[in-house]
Write a protein that binds this ligand. Structure first.
Ligand SMILES: CC(=O)N[C@@H](CCC[C@H](N)C(=O)O)C(=O)O
Length: 376
């Protein structure tokens, strides 16, 4: 049997940014080749840094898909763990746990040929450029396209043993925002001869806070977050440009569109009021809201509630996280769920430390579900 903890720790040490997952792909391929050696019913293909593994069913009438993402984040790890990443990237969103779970599932379910086809997708670039959308639009699946798609995301606040989902919207739709205010640089002592882009950007960041508080229906939901801001070079030089990088989110595309429009209006208004230019780039990519298929989600929830004694099934409210699995679920019915990992630090934190007990729990219980799905 695979040593899941070793695999997770190996993967944890080599996180890579989306579409650059070269070492990760190499590592995954090594383990996958060990698992599928001498199994004629299992086939593999790659797409860029992604991997697809198909278990051909003995009497297949459909294809069930299991998806994992494989990319890391630009986060400097501060966990102090002996197997911490040292390359300035981190699996701070738990994709090392996702990948290891998928490998464990492949090992268990690949032992015997299923009746239905079972596809494992190791998908690049969940965090940055919507690898799932790119694979779908680029026909990476070919005739391996699943009829139903399933996937999970770790959730630090939930305990190991918790599986949480719902029969409607699980995650928000997101849109990445890049803005550059363009003013005129100058000497700190002569502000009247310059046009300070840093000050314009600061006004903008303050004003956009009113979108959620004053433009979105209080019964709706939206997020406007700027996580990155760069302006200027030193204390006594007025900044010529100011760059802002953020994300906006909403549970419906209508609200997302309204937030986008309002953000553009405020950006242009602030730039105008300072007599500056502003360049605005809004990239939605494939981050559609993650909509669970009601019937399949009901089936999955009923299974985990009644057929797996170890699982504590939670019917959960939507969260404002984004996921490009939303794009795949807009094309193929399926379900995403949260998997508890009991970490004191949250997702995207440099101190996130999942409880590794989750690996055995996830593999044994999800394998039971996928077994039923592929033996119908
Ligand atoms: C689960 C998770 O954390 N996903 C990311 C997805 C990011 C999408 C896009 N790059 C954006 O920033 O809008 C998240 O931040 O929710």
């Amino acid at each position: 049997m695979l040593d899941l903890i070793k695999i997770r720790r190996d993967l944890h040490q080599i996180p890579e940014i989306g579409m650059e997952e070269v070492e990760t792909q190499k590592y995954l391929l090594k383990v996958i080749h060990e698992i599928i050696a001498n199994k004629a019913f299992i086939e593999l293909k790659t797409w860029e840094t992604g991997i697809l593994v198909l278990l051909h069913g003995s009497q297949a009438t459909k294809t069930i898909g299991w998806r994992t993402d494989i990319d890391g984040l630009p986060v400097e790890e501060q966990t102090g763990l002996p197997f911490a990443s040292k390359n300035g990237r981190m699996h701070a969103c738990g994709h090392d746990i996702h990948m290891t779970t998928a490998l464990g599932l492949l090992e268990v379910l690949g032992q015997t040929q299923p009746k239905e086809n079972l596809l494992f997708l190791f998908q690049p670039a969940e965090e940055n450029v919507a690898g799932g959308k790119q694979m779908y639009d680029g026909n990476a699946f070919g005739d391996w396209l699943p009829d139903e798609f399933y996937g999970l995301h770790v959730r630090p606040e939930l305990k190991v043993g918790d599986i949480a989902t719902n029969t409607h919207t699980l995650f928000a739709g997101t849109c990445e925002v890049e803005l550059t205010f363009k003013g005129k640089g100058g000497h700190a002592a002569f502000p009247h001869n310059a046009n300070d882009a840093l000050v314009a950007a600061a006004y903008f960041v303050t004003q956009v806070q009113t979108i959620v508080s004053r433009n979105v229906d209080p019964l709706g939901s939206a997020v406007v977050t700027f996580g990155q801001m760069h302006a200027g070079t030193t204390n006594n030089i007025i900044a010529e440009t100011a760059f802002l990088h953020g994300t906006i989110r909403a549970l419906t595309l209508d609200v997302l569109e309204a937030v986008k429009e309002r953000l553009e209006t405020i950006a242009k208004g602030v730039a105008g009021s300072f007599n500056q230019e502003v360049e605005i780039k809004l990239t939605q990519g494939g981050y559609l809201p993650v909509e669970n298929n009601p019937q399949l989600a009901h089936e999955l929830m009923t299974f985990f509630e009644n057929e797996t004694a170890e699982v504590n099934l939670i019917d959960i409210e939507p969260a404002m996280t984004g996921e490009d699995f939303g794009y795949l679920l807009s094309k193929i019915p399926g379900v995403m769920f949260w998997l508890g990992i009991d970490s004191p630090a949250p997702l995207h934190s440099n101190k996130m430390t999942p409880d590794e007990k989750v690996l055995d729990f996830a593999v044994s219980n999800i394998a039971k579900f996928l077994k039923i799905k592929t033996e119908d």
